[in-house]
Ligand binder design. Structure first.
Ligand code: CMP
Length: 140
C-alpha cells in the first residue's frame, strides 16, 4: 500500500474546546504520523483561497467567518493510504451521520463546526499542504 501525505486542519471549534491533544491521539492511534503541525490564526485571504471550490455555496461566507474566528492547527499527516484513512477516522461531514468512534461523532458540534478537515485526494492534499507549509517545516 502506498505511503501518502494528507493535509489536516483542527478547526476553531476544536481548538476552542482544548481538543488538539484528543484529536491528535485519535490520529496517532490510527497509525498516521503527524509530520508537520502548527497553530495559526488563519487570515480571511487564506480561508477564502483554501475554500475557493465552495465559493458559490450558500454556506461559503459562514464557513470563512468560522475558520478565521479562532486559532486552527494545520497539519501534514503521513502513512499508508493516509488520505482515505484520515477521512475514515474523521467520519461524515455531518456529525449526526458520522460513525461511532470517529472524530466528528465524538467531538463535532454541527455540519459547519465539524472539528476537522482532511484532503479528499492526494492531488488536493499536495495543493493544500503548500498553502500552509514550506518544505523544511515537514519532517517525515
Ligand atoms: P470541510 O471538510 O472542511 O470542507 C468544506 C466545509 O464546508 C465542510 O468541511 C464543512 O465544515 C462546511 N460545510 C459543508 N456543508 C455545510 C453546510 N451546510 N453549512 C455550513 N458549513 C458546511
Amino acid at each position: 500500500m502506498a505511503i501518502e501525505r494528507t493535509f489536516s486542519i483542527l478547526k476553531p471549534d476544536a481548538t476552542a474546546r482544548n481538543l488538539t491533544g484528543a484529536v491528535n491521539a485519535l490520529i496517532e492511534k490510527a497509525g498516521l504520523r503527524i509530520i508537520a503541525q502548527k497553530r495559526i490564526r488563519m487570515t480571511r485571504e487564506q480561508a477564502e483561497t483554501f475554500y475557493a471550490v465552495h465559493k458559490a455555496r450558500p454556506f461559503f461566507g459562514e464557513l470563512v467567518e468560522f475558520m478565521i474566528s479562532a486559532p486552527v492547527v494545520v497539519q501534514v499527516l503521513e502513512g499508508e493510504n493516509a488520505v482515505l484513512k484520515y477521512r475514515e477516522i474523521m467520519g461524515a461531514t455531518d456529525p449526526s451521520k458520522a460513525a461511532d468512534g470517529t472524530i466528528r461523532k465524538l467531538h463535532a458540534k454541527s455540519v459547519g463546526e465539524n472539528s476537522v478537515h482532511g484532503s479528499d485526494a492526494t492531488d488536493t492534499a499536495a495543493v493544500e499542504i503548500v498553502q500552509f507549509f514550506s518544505g523544511n517545516e515537514i519532517v517525515g
